[in-house]
Design a protein around this ligand. Structure first.
Ligand code: ADP
Ligand code: G6P
Length: 355
């Protein structure tokens, strides 16, 4: 029998509010898969899509059914489901998953209008990132793995100030006002999606500095769902135990306020999870290799791969703390999931051919 190798597309969902580090995460993820993703060649320069050999990242803002003017007129925000076309999102993600190319609309972030669509070919790995990857049940069911970036209000505020005030010249008051204005819809439509995520990265202010309000030192929690096929959570020292670990001491010197890890089983919404937490930040990369050597189930292909990935992108935001570390780890877990899934399908096809 001749076995034809049909294209397999796995679909990953990444949800977060805007300005919460999705594009940084995507850069780390596509790097783990062996190549930076770039905008499509020769297309609309305002395309939101990123393509590498293996991975295509599409931004769900492209499924806005109301453009900036429509939203203003109807007094709905981009977070509101009424401003988004979930039927089209479902149809197109399903088609891509089944190996069929689609003509996807483009939401132009510069003009606020919908541009002419672009052709998207089915990739090996399709990432859908944006405000609502897990909102619609039909789309959610197409996801092989889902991630939610949960940035606490304090940290979101600190990041927004850094970007919008320092880089875009907005006032503190206007930043506060825009966060407040988004909050009701964020709470109603975006935040609830985290209950469906296979992995959640929670970013909180540090507990190592009393009354810290700078938002520079972070406490980051990686919440990993138990019982997800092809995904076995990372652990520290002993799987399923509760462990608190301060790596700084005789073998490792860290500067103030130090680094503290925590690992424990927990429950999140109605399911069992493992939680790995890192508070504080690295001064130097030898601190990271020391930490890496104490973590298990990382899905690395060689010793030190996490550290190598972090080193490679030392200039990305979050490279010295748990945000970069956990984003890198989730990237490795997704690579592992992808490889297992493909191997399994190949075995199934071989079995079917024999029968
Ligand atoms: P998104 O794609 O969700 O809009 P980005 O990845 O572009 O978010 O990040 C937006 C901004 O947030 C960055 O320019 C940076 O200022 C800040 N930021 C993102 N991730 C981190 C991080 N891990 N640590 C500190 N700041 C971050
Ligand atoms: C995109 C982003 C939203 C943002 C919106 C701007 O859709 O994902 O987070 O709010 O653009 O909307 P506006 O109505 O201000 O153009």
């Amino acid at each position: 029998t001749l076995i034809t190798c049909s294209q397999e597309t796995i679909v990953i969902g990444l949800a977060a509010d805007s300005g919460c580090g999705k594009s940084t995460f995507m850069r780390r993820l596509t790097s783990v898969f062996g190549g930076a993703a770039k905008p499509p060649k020769g297309g609309n320069p305002d395309s939101n899509t990123l393509i590498s050999d293996t991975t295509t990242v599409i931004c769900l803002d492209d499924y806005h059914s109301l453009d900036r003017y429509g939203r203003k007129e109807q007094k709905v925000t981009a977070l509101d489901p009424r401003a988004n076309d979930f039927d089209l999102m479902y149809e197109q993600v399903k088609a891509l998953k089944n190996g069929i190319a689609v003509e996807k609309p483009i939401y132009n972030h510069v003009t606020g209008l919908l541009d002419a669509p672009e052709l998207i070919q089915p990739p090996k790995i399709l990432v859908i990132e944006g405000l609502h990857p897990m909102f619609d049940e039909r789309v959610r069911d197409l996801l092989d793995f889902s991630i939610y970036l949960d940035i606490s209000n304090e940290v979101k505020f600190a990041w927004k100030i850094q970007r919008d005030m320092a880089e875009r010249g907005h006032s503190l008051e206007s930043i506060k006002a825009s966060i407040e204005a988004r909050k009701p819809d964020f709470d109603a439509f975006i935040d609830p999606q985290k209950q469906y995520a296979d992995a959640v990265i929670e970013v909180l202010p540090t507990q190592l500095i009393p009354d810290d309000n700078e938002g520079k030192v972070l406490r980051v929690r990686l919440i990993m769902k138990e019982g997800v096929k092809y995904f076995s959570p990372v652990y520290l020292f002993d799987e399923g135990s509760t462990i608190s670990w301060i790596p700084c001491g005789r073998k490792l010197t860290c500067s103030y306020p130090g680094i503290k890890f925590n690992y424990e089983p927990d429950s999140y919404f109605d399911h069992e999870v493992s939680v790995l937490e890192m508070d504080g930040q690295f001064d130097r990369l030898d601190e990271l290799i020391y930490v890496e050597s104490h973590l298990s189930n990382l899905s690395t292909k060689f010793y030190g791969e996490v550290t190598q990935q972090m080193l490679k992108h030392a200039d990305f935001p979050g490279s010295n703390n748990g945000t970069g570390l956990f984003q890198t780890i989730v990237g490795l877990k997704i690579r592992d999931l992808y490889e297992q899934l493909i191997a399994n399908k190949a075995t199934a096809r071989a079995e079917a051919a024999k029968a």
